[in-house]
Structure formats: C-alpha cells, structure tokens
Design a protein. Sequence first.
Length: 141
Amino acid sequence: MTREITTHSAEETIAFGRTLAELLAPPKLVLLRGDLGAGKTTLVKGIAAAFQAAKEDDVTSPTFTLVHEYRGPRANLYHIDLYRVDTQRELETLGLDDLRSEDSILLVEWGEKFPRLQRERDVEISLERAGENGRRIRTVS
C-alpha cells in the first residue's frame, strides 16, 4: 500500500507522523529515506508522540549517538541513524537484531545503505523537500 502527502510546515509533518501509529503497530522495521534536512527526525517526533514514547520536544536526531530509545506503554521506539555507519561490520556492532522484539519499532535513517535492511523492512517512508518548508512524504508498506 502506498500513501503520499505533502506537508507545508514542521508542525504538519509532526501531525502526519502521529497518524502513522496504526500503520506502524509493532513489531516493525521502518526505513526512513531522505536527504539531510528532509524532515526524518521531525516525522519521528510525531510517531513517538503517537505511541506516548516521548514528547515531541524530547526527540532529537541520533546522528552522533546512532541510537535513541523511547519507551512507551504500547511500543519501544528505536530511532537509528546509520549516516556515519559505512560497513556491514559496523552495522553488526550496533546489535540492531537485539533491539527487535514483539513490542519494538525500529525507525532507521539511512538504512538504504544496507541491502539486508532493505529486504527486511516492513515499511519505507521517503521524505523530500517541496519548497522551503514543505515536505513530500511517501509511505510504502
């Protein structure tokens, strides 16, 4: 199933993220695709809020820490950034398989760099800029 929407502000992108809770019911492996600044973390803010795993303001990019964990009553969200991960060996040291469980949602930025993640993904969400504040968001499940 494919769904496409254009948002016109960060607030609309967050609000759209909140609507994805049903689609992302755990367990899920979600690839988030988009250039730097495309709005991936902004979308995760809405997803985390929908699962009551974190307040929107508490969700930040895991660029340097690689993994942020947000625990909620219905799901544990793992926001993962693989931008600085270059090899399969580096990926394996992150232990992503250990994070997968019946109540987990892995939200992986830059996962398209690794064919295994592309094959195993349940949902792919692509974001691209549409003007200064707009984002075209496409979900494929």
